[in-house]
Structure formats: C-alpha cells, structure tokens
Design a protein around this ligand. Sequence first.
Ligand code: NAD
Length: 288
Amino acid sequence: MTQILSAAPVRKKITKDLKSECVYLKENGVVPYLKVLLVGNNPSSVIYTNSKKKYCEKIGAKCDIISLNENVHAKQFLDIIENINNDSDVHGCIIQLPLPPHLAHLDIGKLVSSQKDIDGFHPENLYALMSNRDLENHFISCTPKGIVSLLTEYGFQIAGKKVTIIGRSMIVGKPLACLFTNLDATVTLCHSKTHDLHEISKSCDILVSAVGIPNLIDESFLSDKKNQIVIDVGMNSDSSGNLCGDVDFEKVKDLVYAITPVPGGVGPMTIISLMQNLLQASKKRLSL
Ligand code: NAD
C-alpha cells in the first residue's frame, strides 16, 4: 500500500515544539516578529501571505503583512526594507514573490539583511548551505528544508539515495540539490533542457518535481518496481481553478512507494520551516 506523506502529523508535532519555544522566548523578553512584504494583490500571493500570518500567530509569534500598492516606487519599497533591517524588534522579513515587473530588476536575495532573511535567499545564507558550514547560524531555504524534514519525520534515510530533482529555481531546485548533497545523497538536477528526463527519473529513489506544470509527472516517469518516493512541490491551478501539483496523483499513487499530496504535503512544510527559521532568528536576540 502506498504511503501518503501528509504534512499533518508532522505539523502537529512540530507546532507543539514551536509553541513551547515561543513561550520560552517571550518569557525571556523576546516576542518573535515577522514582517511580510506583499506588493499588489495577486490572489495566490494573498492566500500564501495570509497562511503564513495565521500559522505565525498560531505558534504565538507576531506577524505584520505590509501590503503595498502594485505601482509602489522602487525607492519607497527599498526604504521600507531598510527600515525593517534596522528595526531591532523585527526578527524575520520575507518578500512575497512574484514582484511586479517594474521591481523585477532588484536583486531580491540581497535586500533583506542576512540575519533576518528567514527565506534563506541571501548570498551569505546560500554560501553556508553550499559549503555545509555553520548552518546553525544561517537560514536554509524553506521549501528544501521542509522536504527534508518531511522525509526525516517519516523515517526515510537520505544518505546514499539517488535523488532526481526536476526544476532548477533558486528557491527550490538548486538549494534542494545542495541540501540533499550535504546529506550524502547523489543528486541529478534536471530542467527544461534535460535530455532523457524520463530515463533519469525512472532510475532514482526519490523524485522531486518543482516545475509548475499540472499533471506533468505520470507513469512514464516512474520505475515499474513501485519503490520510489515522489515529492510534489508544484502549486498550480487545475482547469477548475483548484490547487494541484505537478504530479498526476491518481495515475501515479499506486505505482510508487510513497508520495506527497497536494494540497497538504510540501506547502505546509514550507510554512513550518519558515517559522523554525523565525524562531532561530529570534533566539539570537536572547544573547544580546
Ligand atoms: P520556476 O517556476 O522558477 O521554474 C520552473 C523550473 O522547471 C525551471 O527550472 C525549468 O527549467 C523547469 N521546467 C519547466 N518546464 C519543464 C519541463 N517540461 N520539463 C522539465 N523541467 C521543466 O520554479 P519554482 O519557482 O521552483 O516553482 C515550481 C513550482 O513549485 C510552481 O508550481 C510553484 O508554485 C511551486 N512552489 C511550491 C512551493 C511550496 O511551498 N510547495 C514553493 C515554491 C514553489
């Protein structure tokens, strides 16, 4: 029987830990505080930022969403980030993507200071991940971190596994390849120009799809041994406007050893990782 890797039981366990950590921080004078910058009113972005705020408050932390007009001037946008960087009460800041085209030239990874960059996009945080050094003082990108937490919590070993990742973005594919490599997996990072994608996918132990195309992954990507773990990162809309992943779940679910659902798989794990990073950032204030 295929194992469905739902985030729910993991979330329940980790939420309890996060709540206790929050209580401890508050007792010691630190109220974990996240600021989320949202530019415009892209419906998906509004939903994601609200989910982050809701979970933040559930664990006892503070969260403000700063909603900016779609046409906000670059200078005003940069000034707001600068103020957040200088505000010692704020421990974490994230910029909800995508940004409107007139802000696309900004080097997003460098705007939020590395100590508040709980998304793990800053070059210093990426360098720590790449070099696999001093990670307790840096932030690992949330979706990769959430995927590894999910696998670990379900008891899967990562060392020695062959991992295929489809999608080479800076927020998922590339940092995930680094993280799996640090954990002694052997990684093949694939993308839209990869030749023999099906063959590469069939030969791995763990297949991750982070592409953004509904139903891309079907039985033609899978080994016939039914021994693979499939991680679906995709957050797409189907023809009825419902959230769906990259994997054709119904076609694939009986052909694999384990699979993440969408919704209820990688998405919630990403938010959990964000809160873990927020508390990691907040703990730094204890020693100041
Ligand atoms: P992206 O949109 O920046 O890039 C897509 C990647 O897919 C590229 O590297 C491209 O080379 C590759 N690609 C495109 N078509 C392909 C094809 N036919 N075959 C193989 N590779 C192909 O990537 P992203 O920002 O990582 O987003 C990917 C998906 O993951 C989206 O659905 C996004 O919404 C979702 N996402 C989910 C979470 C989460 O928390 N669950 C987080 C981030 C992104």
